[in-house]
Ligand binder design. Structure first.
Ligand code: B3K
Ligand code: ZN
Length: 879
């Protein structure tokens, strides 16, 4: 009997419908005979009913399982005692307390969705979050059922000498037919989404960590043997993350062993399974010759993120999937803070906000907008979004801002003390924050339930006679799907006032909390509020939303003079950068508006850039941030109708103008920043600035093509090599076929580098890119079953503004055709790839029609997955 894998009618799950589990699982014992073609899973569940009166059937989730045996307390269960349904096994008359034993068969090799147990590149891997465990065995697959797991793995020893699962390795032995077994037991009760197993031929890099209380923890990173030399950054980041969580949150690791496995075949970045993290190899493997500085940074933050989940996610877990941000938003906040402490706080914050604006703001303004805590979903995998992760982190950050670091820590301590070992809600988190600090966070709850990005309008007025400055802040927010009315949110606005001479002024006035303070947090919690500052001797220039203290759009009603002032005087690194971005943005918008090419640099922008370029004292990474133009997407976000070509032309023209206006400085930077390769932050900042200089030089002076080719050939590290490669491949009309062939030839044994080769070609703003992408689908190295490769080609194409949004709709039709194919193999990735099409409302009428057409064509597909179906339905709803 095979239960069908997919349910036909989309079922909407509502948060309000939550009910506690009627049965609990005291213990799970799994015995798994691994075989790529037919794996058998024997499960013994100790089940216990929660209420005497309950005589309803027990429903266990299961998808794509062939049930071979079923026993209740050792006796084969008669057929009239159970029923197989769509996605479930129903026990019709379950006793109060019993052992259910099932034996099911699955086919890991046919699992292309990469959810549950799959077999790829010779390894068995699991991915159970969110609902993959039901593709392994019948179970109460929900995060609020916590059980102790023991698992015995059996496999052929030759190809699978390493057998891993959560917890402690208890025993191992040999079997007939060249097979062997290993027994693992996890002492910590956990929801099944944290279950994991890995089997394969893997080498191991070992190190250790001594916890604050003196326990030795074995650290093990499992990779294919030829990658054993590429794990140093991951191991180092893990040790630093462990020390940081002890130092900042007093959290120690709790098992004797922490394992990380790297695989090339993985749907997302990584997974925090208890004691056995499974990682996309992109976030583990790095050598200077194959990984860029950005890759190194990504490894540090993802390693830390998964490690931090051990407390925020695993020890304290989720009551239901609506609470996803309870672990994800909080853990992103923690990993951002870790990276800020380990590197440059200012640069980290700029990067975090850049990501938020690039992914979350558009999501919040489109048909897929949802609150940080959603109210309903069809497919939970569609809710691992920038809103749940990044906006969720911003909400935690605001709470941290208003409470202060020390009180926040007390709140976290109480949260862990109260809820260790429990499955809880966002409400429980807020209650702990309130309980420990005596503060009322009632208003903050709205941030979790109300979708959409608020706009804050600021207006200041200086009264020289009274020597008063009044600042009025007003908030508003546009409707989002299902939420036509928006209520005012509590918005902490960190601010300072600068004197015309560029000094932060003392802040005195009604809300005096420590006279003489030069920075203050104003809490805007009504639709409009005015603050009066007294004894203000000169007309001030306000610096608002410092450090980006709330995830809002700020409209300051500023002119370029104020922006230029802050660009040179603001001592808040974020706001200084923001002022520079504002100057550049205005230049671009004006050029697009007058459809001229931004061929001349506006005077104030010129002055601000000149000042940054001549400041040799400034941290090179920060300098690079200040000198980087806003992305095309960000410029588009500021327009009522996104003018794809206009934005591209204006930005290219501005880059050329910046290149030629400062040719000498860029050339001087390019020469003086050449240092032998080293892996530290200062060196990577220098590389970043140097490659930016090269980009400007090349934009304005074609003779730099040779220099770029030279850098491509001579670089001793992937950052410089790839920067040159990307510049060459993105040249609008250069013939770079020799470079493309050379790069492939050099790196074909390195999948992560070949991903870059695909991605850079698919993101080239060139007229032949679509034809190229079409051809790359047939390339021997393209593989539909490897998400990294699919994202490299198709994800990059969907993000390539001029090519994807080609006026004839060819980009839309191309992507839709590929999504149609991919949906048969991997619905999660297919649904992700479709999100650029969901933004159709932002374009002109013709593009709108073409994008909707592509969505409708897809919606008519037979066997549409739940994942893709939900994205399409929501995207088309507004039509
Ligand atoms: N918790 C996982 C994400 C699981 C995604 C499931 N579709 C990784 C993370 O956020 O740490
Ligand atoms: Zn996470």
């Amino acid at each position: 009997m095979i239960a069908p894998a997919r349910s036909p009618a989309p079922l909407v799950i509502h948060r309000e419908d939550y009910r506690p589990p009627r049965f609990v699982v005291d213990a799970v014992d799994l015995d798994i005979q691994l075989d790529p073609e037919l794996t058998q899973v024997r499960a013994r569940l100790h089940l216990r009913r929660q209420s005497e009166a309950d005589d309803q059937p027990l429903r266990l989730c299961g998808e794509g399982l062939a049930l071979l045996e079923i026993r209740q307390d050792g006796q084969t269960l008669p057929k009239d005692q159970y029923r197989l349904e769509e996605g479930a096994l129903l026990l019709l008359h379950p006793p109060r307390d019993f052992v259910l034993e099932t034996l099911v068969q699955i086919r890991p090799i046919a699992n292309t969705a990469l959810s549950g147990l799959y077999f790829a590149n010779g390894h068995f891997i699991t991915q159970c979050e969110a609902e993959g465990f039901r593709r392994i065995t019948y179970y109460l697959d929900r995060p609020d059922v916590l059980a102790r797991f023991g698992v015995t793995l059996h496999a052929e020893q030759g190809p699978h000498p390493v057998l891993l699962a959560n917890g402690n390795r208890i025993a191992a032995g040999q079997e007939a037919h060249g097979r062997h077994w290993v027994r693992w037991e996890d002492p910590f009760p956990k929801p099944c989404y944290l279950f994991a197993l890995v089997a394969g031929d893997l080498g191991c890099v070992r190190d250790h960590f001594r916890t604050a209380s003196g326990r030795e923890v074995a650290l093990e990173i499992y990779v294919e043997a030829h990658h054993l030399d590429a794990c140093a950054q991951a191991m180092d980041a893990l040790q630093r993350a462990m020390a940081w969580d002890e130092r900042v949150y007093g959290r120690e690791y709790d098992l004797d062993r922490y394992m990380i496995v790297a695989t090339d075949t993985f749907n997302m970045g990584a997974m925090e399974n208890k004691g056995l993290n499974i990682f996309n190899s992109k976030y583990v493997l790095a050598r200077p010759e194959t990984a860029t500085d950005t890759d190194y940074q990504g490894i540090e933050s993802v390693i830390a993120h998964e490690y931090f989940h051990n407390w925020t996610g695993n020890r304290v877990t989720l009551r239901d999937w609506f609470q996803l941000s309870l672990k994800e938003g909080l853990t992103v906040f923690r990993d951002q803070e870790f990276s800020a402490d380990e590197n440059s706080r200012g640069v980290q914050r700029i990067g975090d906000v850049r990501r938020l604006r690039a992914a979350q703001f558009p999501e919040d303004a489109g048909p897929l907008a949802h609150p940080v805590r959603p109210d309903a979903y069809i497919e939970i995998n569609n809710f691992y979004t920038a809103t749940v992760y990044e906006k969720g982190a911003e909400v935690v950050r605001m709470i941290h801002t208003v409470l202060g670091a020390a009180a926040f820590r007390q709140g976290m301590d109480l949260y862990f003390a109260r809820h260790d070992g429990q499955a809880v809600t966002i409400e429980d988190f807020l209650a702990a924050m309130e309980g420990a600090t005596g503060r009322d966070l009632a208003a903050f709850r709205l941030w979790y339930s109300q979708a959409g990005t608020p706009v804050v309008h600021a207006a200041g007025r200086y009264d020289p006679a009274q020597r008063r400055y009044s600042l009025t802040l007003r908030q508003e927010a546009a409707p989002t799907p299902g939420q036509p009315e928006k209520r005012p949110l509590p918005i902490p606005v960190r601010m300072a006032l600068f004197s015309p001479a560029g000094q932060a002024m003392p802040l005195r006035g009604q809300e005096e909390d420590g006279a003489g303070d030069r920075e203050r947090i104003l809490m805007l919690d009504t639709a409009e509020q005015t603050w009066i500052f007294t004894e203000v001797s000169e007309p001030p220039i306000p610096s608002l939303l410092r450090g980006f203290s709330a995830p809002v759009r700020l409209e300051m009603g500023f002119g370029d003079a104020q922006r230029a002032f802050l660009a040179s005087h603001d001592d808040d690194p974020f706001n200084r950068w923001e002022a520079m971005q504002g100057l550049a943005l205005q230049a671009l918008l004006a050029a697009i508006d007058q459809s001229h090419g931004a061929g001349v640099l506006p005077e104030l922008l010129h002055g601000a850039l000149a000042a940054v370029l001549s400041d040799a004292q400034m941290d090179p990474a920060y300098r690079a941030e200040l000198l980087t133009l806003p992305s095309e997407d960000y410029v588009g976000e500021q327009m009522a109708v996104i003018d794809v070509e206009g934005i591209h032309c204006a930005r290219e023209a501005l880059r050329r103008a910046m290149g030629s206006a400062f040719g000498e400085q860029w050339a001087a930077d390019y020469e003086s920043l050449a240092f032998p390769y080293s892996r530290d932050g200062v060196s990577s900042g220098r590389r970043r600035l140097r490659n930016l200089a090269l980009a400007y030089l090349l934009a304005s002076d074609a003779s730099y093509l040779d220099r770029t080719r030279q850098q491509y050939r001579q670089a001793d590290n992937m950052t410089d090599h790839l920067a040159a490669f990307s510049l060459l491949v993105h040249q609008p009309d250069a013939d770079v076929s020799d470079i493309l062939a050379d790069f492939y030839q050099r790196w074909q044994q390195h999948p992560l580098v070949i991903d870059k080769w695909f991605a850079i070609q698919a993101s080239a703003p060139r007229p032949d890119t679509l034809a190229k992408a079409q051809a790359l689908l047939q390339h021997p190295a393209f593989d539909w079953r490897t998400p990294n490769r699919v994202r490299a080609l198709l994800g990059s194409l969907g993000a390539n503004a001029t090519v994807f949004h080609a006026a004839d709709g060819s980009g839309y039709a191309f992507l839709a055709a590929q999504i149609r194919h991919l949906d048969e193999l991997n619905p999660q990735i297919a649904a992700r790839l479709a999100t650029p099409l969901s933004r159709w409302q932002r374009y002109d009428a013709q593009r709108q029609g073409l994008m909707r057409q592509a969505l409708e064509d897809l919606a008519g597909k037979a066997n549409l997955s739940r994942d893709l179906g939900e994205v399409l339905e929501k995207s088309l709803k507004l039509a």
